[in-house]
Design a protein around this ligand. Sequence first.
Ligand code: C2E
Ligand code: MG
Ligand code: MG
Length: 728
Amino acid sequence: MPDSNRRVDLRADPRADPAQPDAGDHRRGSVATEPGFKVTGSFRRFFENAIEGIYQTTPDGRYLRANPALARVYGFASPAALIAGLTDIAGQLYVDPARRDAFKRAMDEDGVVRDFEAQVYRADGSVIWITENARCVRGSDGAIQYYEGTVEDITARKASEEHIRLLATVFETVSDGILIVDPARIVRAVNPAYVALVGAPAAEIVGRALDILAPDKDGPGILDQAWNAAEVRGLWSGEATCRRAQGDPFLAALSICAVREDARPPSHFVVTCADISQRRMHEQNLWHTANFDMLTQLPNRRLIAERLQQAMLRAARQRASLTVLFLDLNGFKQVNDGLGHQAGDELLKLVAARLRACTRQSDVVGRLGGDEFVVVAPDVADRQGGHRLAEKILLDFAQPFRVAGQEIFCQFAVGVAFYPQDGETADELIRNADVAMYVAKKDNSRRFVSFEHSMLPRLAQRLRTENELRRAIERDELLLHYQPRVETRTGRVLGAEALIRWRHPERGLVMPGDFIALAEECGLIAVIGESTLRRACAQFLRWQADGLALAGISVNLSPRQFLDVGLVRTIEAVMRDVGIAPACLELELTESAMSVDMERAVATLRALKGLGVKLSIDDFGTGYSSLGRLKSLPIDAIKIDRSFIRGLGGSPTDRRIVEAVTELAEVLGFRVVAEGVETIEQADILRHIRCHELQGFLISRPVDADDLAALVRRWNAGALPAPPVADI
Ligand code: C2E
Ligand code: MG
Ligand code: MG
């Protein structure tokens, strides 16, 4: 069908049908205007085989003729299919129908359109870009009879133009400076970022040699080297100091990339130039933060270890030795607690400055954190040298500091370790100096101590137990046992003493004598003490709720707890939280707790008394306090140490002491409790001399809360013989 159509169309006599093409306008000299001209022969082949689409259309938008190329461009199987299918050019062809109006307007006004670009729909609905050249053919009356023209698919060209535009936009807007340079190293183009970077107009840069980058600081050769590398390898990148138009330098990340097609020499070079001075500054700040202590500006643990490592390597090469001092401020906590953190910080800064001033430039002075400092002295030849350095520092620190308007004396405990004898790695040396410092801290007669290998096992054992104890708290391995206190007059259980135990996963039940001192040393006693108090009070309330008639519960306070400034507040808070009546709680203190600072001890006792709790002196007789001194203390009871009770049967002296204490206590208004009563004989004597209460294995060993409740019920019900003997 299409073929016969075309045949008919092409051979038709244009004059027979004015709407048919070839009714050409003679005056315009169209190929198809000769009278009687038939599109046959070579013209027909030209039409059929043309690469461009060729058409004739009516002004109102119908196709009269189309060649196969046009059908291909528009996605039709044949020209006939195109003519049949595309009957409304304005509505069907143009993506933007207004383009057809523009086309017609141009035809009306100029009779011709050139390079008329538009987006059009193909038969399958896809969109392509075309460009048209067309003219109109008028009849003898001057009216437009039809249009004829050519169409070219320029979709690919449009895409590449778009791509180029995109690249140009990148070039224009990217923040790195870009220079396009020719092989003679003449700058051919620069982007706005480079113009802004160097502060010179593009006109002053383009046409000049690339040397304007002037990376002079790094030696004149660097640009040559970079250029050669880019020529050979295609790409060079690195850092160099460049200059701005005014001459001031900046650190730049540079890259030079050769642009080449195939194996030919590069046609251009693309040079990128980014100002990295800010970034470098930022990196340096980060490095500083990671390596220095912000408060004192001294090297921190990381940098100390690094510098020590370097010093060790140097010493090893030169067969020299070096010294590490571990310094810990005494009494820093008191300054911090007493004068506030700001004063504490101020003191640390002054300490750092003095430490720096009394050491050599070549020494590393650093802060490990808190009140711990380290000095690494590479020039110290032997142990004597190390000791002299420690002595010098201690002498300098004998002078007071002025902080918050006060004179503060602040001294170090110093541990000394040597390389190579005392450690092979930086960590080991610092740790061993720390061990020696720890020994110095414990021993008040020595302010600096040199590390010895024999210190390690003792300390390791201690550290192990300390860690285990921390874990014990986390895992809730600490528990309380209770020992009853019996009133001698009535023979009834009045109260119980809470005694802590540690259920150790391997060692079994560990007694307080084996871990309370350690808990004090490593600062865990506060946590343990508070939780013991809370548990004991809560247990007492549970017993009461269960109908157990107990008057009170006793809880031990260690000397360190007693010195804690927060003690009174803690006890008050616990009692309030748990809801125990203060009169039911008795706190047991040893004499040693009071021997350090009597005045302060009395003040603390008064404050505790003010809470309404009862107070007793534990292990009485083992310390140095006289009854006369006890007179001034606001206490309720004394517990005579079991070493005196033990002698009651045999030693007349012990009996006389216990008698005297009981009598005097009576006068002073204290109750007297006998500890460690193990025999009926002891109990008889104590009852005879009118000791108020008895506590000991004779009545019961310390037992858990349930057993105590059972024991109290049986005991107070008279189920046990008096003088009672519990099952031991
Ligand atoms: P303490 O307060 O004088 O407690 C009495 C100690 O004597 C307990 O030892 C108890 O088991 C033991 N004992 C009682 N009756 C007899 C007896 O008839 N014969 C003998 N030989 N011993 C008897 P434990 O439980 O080993 O406690 C030892 C010390 O540990 C306590 O002495 C107390 O100072 C301290 N402690 C116990 N629990 C705590 C606690 O929760 N906190 C603090 N800070 N210290 C505690
Ligand atoms: Mg006690
Ligand atoms: Mg005791």
